[in-house]
Design a protein around this ligand. Sequence first.
Ligand SMILES: [Fe+2]
Ligand SMILES: [Fe+2]
Length: 331
Amino acid sequence: MKTVNPLIEAGASQQPPVARQQLETSGLADEGARDSGKPFIVADLYKAFTQEGRTLVDITWEQQRLHESRRWSVMEMLAAIDVEGVTQSDRLLVWNAGRAELTTKPGADRLTRQADAECRRWQGKNDVLSAIMQACGTWSRYWNEEEAHHETSFNRLANLFGLERVSDDTFIEFRKIFPDDDMLRTLTLLSISEIVAAVNYGNCARVIQEPGLKALFKQVAADEIQHMNYFVAFAKALVDSGEYAAKEAFAVAHFFLRDGGEVHGSKRQRVEQRDTHVNWWDHLEYREGMYSPDAIDKKETLIFNALKRITGITVSSAEEVEDKWMELVGC
Ligand SMILES: [Fe+2]
Ligand SMILES: [Fe+2]
């Protein structure tokens, strides 16, 4: 099945040269996307509503076009995999991915509800922001559907490989709904979570030999990059509205990038125990002889790039993120 790469519209690609090049190598940046008629992500939503006269119907149409152009079939993708030809260590990558993807549905369900609540909170006070929140909540239906592809393909495969099955208790535990937080913090966290997932899956695709499984990981990594681009667009629109402070985006980035931060996932010395919800990156299990897709540098570079697109502020190291965060907080 043929899918197309997610595009971001003209004006969205004002990144520093290195990061820009990285996006281009992922097939993402396309300055002519809008003119060419190809589906694209509306990256400057605030401008679209305030200067271009676009409405929620217009924005939703673009979301639908992009979603439809990128649809793929889990059943066709799994049918192309030679199950017997997959090595033991590659099977474990699938097992980890399946468990991690179980947490995406509660994330998307929460976003739907919170974005609609925020939409109504801003109605009459800042109607552009209210529309941006509604665009975000509307998009969450596509996000949820696409994550369903990831979850079911990996968990079905893990069963076909004869690996330890996800119990109903674990399934239900991983479905716990995330607690609400400031919307900019939430969208920044989701952007970073998609970056970590995309880099992990991209690295898995590189080491996997079986062509069908390699293609599946590549497809899922491309989906995660598309999700990251949407979250960055919504987060940027919140900052552009003037109602949300850039310091919140930096606070979340620092949480990931600090010494022993979340970007190190389950390899941190101390992983917090929570009763409220499951962070998927805390629950990856790396066993003897198993490939572990770290690529911390790559994740950091993509996080710096996301911060630039969300806030307009350039940073290029974890220390600079911390310094800028302290400065914005007023310390
Ligand atoms: Fe996913
Ligand atoms: Fe995703």
